[in-house]
Design a protein around this ligand. Sequence first.
Ligand code: CP
Length: 312
Amino acid sequence: MKPAARHLLGIEDLDPREIVQFLDTAEVFFDVSRRRVRKVPTLRGKTVINLFYEASTRTRTSFELAGKRLSADVVNISASSSSASKGESLYDTLKTLEAMRPDVIVVRHPHSGAPHFIARHTQAGVVNAGDGTHEHPTQALLDAFTIRRAKGRIGELVVTIAGDIAHSRVARSNIHLLTRLGARVRVCAPRTLLPVGVEALGAEVFTDFDAALEGADVVMMLRIQHERLTEALIPSTREYSRTYGLTAKRLSAARPDAIVMHPGPMNRGVEIDPSVADGRQSVILDQVEAGVALRMAVLYLLAAEVGQSPLT
Ligand code: CP
């Protein structure tokens, strides 16, 4: 199998064939994490740097585990403990890391476009692990992987994405991916949390949550991105939760076999009731498990030698 691309900067850049290649490759790696010895030699001698300028639990840990389970050398850098905290620019940080000859740089940054800037100035492969409000491509890929495993397909499914659509890179990447694979995507939020022109991405827009849930196969809940709000866009958390929080009663409007997703971190009791988050329809921890396999697939497709097979 040949590497798919040198970088993974966004879903918007991918065609359906490339998306399916990531998903199919993740299937190959999925069982590695369930073995007694959770390691394959695929990326022995390769170096992966995780460069995180924003907080992360799931993405950073799963990229680290993905690299280690592929036998790569993995280095984690967070802005707060790096020389960025002394005023070093992104460019100088990058050139410093570049001199150590990494094969892949995984970057999370609060500014949209930062991974594209890095990709223009490095020989390494670059993976966008979330840039501002722009894209979070590996999250959308692991979400699609989880949906495909649960439902057996993605085409024609009705997927309701509800929450802070305006500030969510997860929503944007998922809309690109799911519409590209033929799903019928609904987005739902109060008007103040809907981005201008979201219909142009191919999603159907709702402000009535109960209507958006009607007959859904997949319900994906998103938290309010308080760290990105510059003004008050909801009257109060209590009011928001009353109107847009997913409860068991509300969920009954979706199909009986609907699955419930959340990229995390969750605000229990705000956008999702604990009984739903932990309920029988929740696949939230399946998403987390899928994250390791999917990120193994991404690192393999970017860093493996041409013609190298995934597990050797
Ligand atoms: N879903 C996600 O990006 O979670 P983290 O912020 O914990 O990485």
